[in-house]
Design a protein. Structure first.
Ligand SMILES: NC(=O)c1ccc[n+]([C@@H]2O[C@H](COP(=O)([O-])OP(=O)(O)OC[C@H]3O[C@@H](n4cnc5c(N)ncnc54)[C@H](OP(=O)(O)O)[C@@H]3O)[C@@H](O)[C@H]2O)c1
Length: 259
């Protein structure tokens, strides 16, 4: 068996123009997969497409989707199948992080975070899962977070942490329901990574001094970068992980080992 061969696999990366999603999408392009990146904003998708082409010589396709809208997700599945024939790998790299102290959390914002991080992920897993069931094969890889497992001393994560805990249980439940159809479902749990999601938070919390404190906290003594997630995502989509399902793997520089 060629344990890490992803050549010719058909991959849809929702959130594939985001900080971590783009790095992962590029990793799949480099591994020889056929990749479609998808999210709401066409200008972000075009930018990511151009940057991936500049880095690899290959431009991934893109499609727009709003993952919290079920009709939009159904249309994404149909359009992806029309382009690729079938989808082997779903990457859910979308996400939203809004921080307020719990006692002041605006409930409309709370609902928005729940919608993007839980409902939107479920909606993608539901409709791509249904398609994969027909093929009796699939790999679903979801971006969770260390925040699904470990809380923060600093206030702010009452929405985000709750959604990532929910994602972790969703992974286990979907692994159970989809396993009989040859579909694995797993997640990655990264730690704080400097992406568009986190730059403002890092600046608000002290910029370089905060970056240094994040690095000092980790056994690996450096901050995470988006590329730290790529190897784990490739593993969870490759034949090497065919008997791995319902798991959360932490490319977190050791954070969960020392907390
Ligand atoms: N950065 C971190 O420190 C960190 C740590 C642990 C886990 N994570 C997780 O890793 C994942 C990626 O985070 P990131 O840092 O790369 O964030 P990011 O740079 O903000 O990217 C998030 C992406 O999600 C897409 N998105 C948001 N709402 C969407 C929707 N309704 N439908 C479709 N796409 C949607 C956005 O694209 P559009 O705006 O074009 O829709 C964007 O490209 C998230 O699940 C995040 O929770 C991040």
């Amino acid at each position: 068996m060629d344990y890490f061969n992803l050549k010719g696999k058909n991959v849809v990366a929702v959130g594939g123009a985001g900080g971590i999603g783009q790095a992962i999408a590029q990793g799949f392009v480099e591994a020889g997969a056929n990749v479609i990146i998808a999210s709401r904003k066409e200008e972000s998708l075009k930018r990511a497409q151009e940057e991936i082409k500049a880095a690899t010589g290959i431009a991934p396709d893109y499609l727009t989707v709003d993952a919290v809208n079920e009709d939009s997700v159904k249309a994404l599945v149909e359009a992806s199948v029309a382009k690729l024939g079938k989808v082997d790998v779903l990457l859910c790299c979308q996400g939203l992080n809004k921080k307020f102290p719990a006692q002041d959390f605006p409930m409309d914002v709370y609902e928005q975070v729940l919608n993007v991080n839980v409902l939107g992920v479920m909606c993608c897993c539901k409709h791509f899962g249904k398609h994969m069931m027909e093929n009796k094969y699939g790999k679903i890889v979801i971006l969770s977070s260390t925040r699904g497992k470990v809380a923060t001393k600093a206030p702010g994560n009452a929405a985000y942490a709750a959604t990532k805990g929910a994602v972790d249980m969703l992974v286990r439940q979907l692994a159970s329901e989809y396993g009989p159809y040859g579909i694995t479902v797993n997640a990655l749990g990264p730690t704080v990574t400097e992406t568009p999601m986190m730059t403002a938070v890092i600046e608000q919390r002290g910029g370089d001094a905060y970056r240094k404190s994040l690095a000092d906290d980790l056994p690996m003594r450096r901050m995470a970068v988006p590329e730290d997630c790529v190897g784990t995502a490739l593993f969870l989509a490759a034949p090497a992980s065919d008997f791995v399902t319902g798991n959360i793997i932490y490319p977190d520089g050791g954070l969960t080992a020392v907390r």
